[in-house]
Design a protein around this ligand. Structure first.
Ligand code: PMP
Length: 366
């Protein structure tokens, strides 16, 4: 018997999400997965260490109660408006399962549509495919700005789509969007609209208030990037209690591991430390942008902890290899909209300086 035959045909046909590389090369400068270059605050590490004892045999709190209560307080909402996930990725997947019908004859096309801008977070199409839903990618403007309503209509945008994901600020472009523009878009959308604010702490404004105004809008946040906690896998959604209840019904009972809950809760007690880190990262982003522009790179404005740059001289893919040969890892995407660019995570100031030196060498400007 061939076990392969026992796998659903839909699963056979899937292309899994490709995460950024996590190589274990000594001395590598890792600017490819938008991790924070600064460690968690000391009290966060201490809280995690203190929790590593005989309690590991027990299940964690099933609803991450203390963390939800603290986040609710922070955002001025009720705890019934917050759900915690094993990273925000888990919650994006739950949203597809809770709000989108798999493509089924007799069901309107909009009910099975997962809609998103192109380019944006490359997980969304994978989630649609896993669920047997249909994808509706719609191009952003050439400068990665939001299209006008007229442009949206012309490019097949569906205002009735069951689920729309908006990465804001956008990834991989780094471009931030004005809350007023997101508000106008949300006001027209009839289906669930998830504003994926994974990088919002590095931006000038956030759109959390839109969850109060629009009952169909959910905000996705994560502790991974701004709060230096990728390893612990903690993210959350804020929105209308009815939507949160629906998501709560379909999640695993103990979806957020205990040490993750401890770490995230301790993080919320150290916000000034993290805010100082945002400021450092933003300062490095400005410095690096200026330096690379001086070397002839086209540098796109960024409201995130990474930036998209179009290198001069060799093709972007060649730059990827040249930088790697100098032990600097950045990200290159093969999709045509962004294949001329490199996405560079903002590291420490020292890492940025090393990157600029390497770029000079590659351009033989040293
Ligand atoms: N949204 C966006 C736009 C992201 O880039 C990422 C990280 N790859 C996530 C969500 C998920 O982050 P996490 O699961 O670590 O919370």
């Amino acid at each position: 018997m061939n076990p392969k035959k026992l796998v659903r045909p839909l699963v056979h046909g899937l292309h899994a999400y490709t995460p950024g590389e996590q190589p274990k090369i000594k001395g590598l400068i890792k600017l490819n997965t938008n991790e924070n270059p600064y460690p968690p605050a000391r009290p966060v590490l201490a809280a995690v260490r203190a929790a590593v004892d005989g309690r590991l045999r027990l299940y964690p709190n099933p609803t991450a109660e203390a963390l939800r209560a603290r986040l609710a307080e922070l955002h001025g909402v009720g705890p019934e408006q917050v759900i915690i996930g094993n990273g925000s990725d888990e919650l994006l997947a739950l949203a597809v399962r809770a709000f989108v019908e798999p493509v089924t004859p007799g069901i309107s096309a909009s009910r099975s549509r997962v809609q998103y801008f192109n380019p944006s977070y490359s997980l969304y199409p994978v989630l649609a495919d896993i669920h047997g839903a249909s994808r509706n990618p719609v191009p952003l403007r050439p400068d990665f700005g939001l299209p006008t309503v007229k442009e949206l209509r012309q490019s097949g945008w569906d205002f009735q789509a069951a689920l729309t994901f908006v990465t804001t600020p956008n990834a991989p472009s780094g471009r931030g969007y004005a809350t007023a523009d997101l508000d106008a878009l949300c006001a027209r959308q009839k289906g669930i609209t998830v504003l994926d604010e994974a990088y919002v702490d590095f931006a000038a404004e956030n759109a959390l208030a839109l969850t109060h105004k629009h009952p169909h809008v959910l905000i996705a946040r994560t502790f991974s990037k701004a709060y230096s906690l990728c390893f612990q896998r903690v993210g959350y959604l804020v929105g209308h209690p009815e939507l949160i209840t629906a998501l709560d019904k379909i999640r695993d009972s103990y979806n957020v591991n205990g040490l993750g809950q401890v770490a995230a809760l301790a993080t919320l007690g150290q916000l000034p430390y993290y805010r100082a880190n945002f400021a450092r990262i933003i300062a490095t982003r400005q410095w690096l942008g200026g330096q690379l522009a001086g070397l002839g790179f086209a540098v796109l404005p960024s409201a995130t902890n990474f930036m998209l740059v179009q290198p001069p001289g060799p093709a972007a893919k060649t730059w990827l290899k040249e930088l790697r040969a100098r032990k600097i890892l950045v990200r290159w995407f093969s999709q045509p909209e962004v294949s001329a660019y490199l996405r560079i995570t903002i590291g420490t100031q020292a890492e940025a300086q090393t990157l600029v030196r390497a770029a000079r060498q590659i351009l033989r400007k040293k």
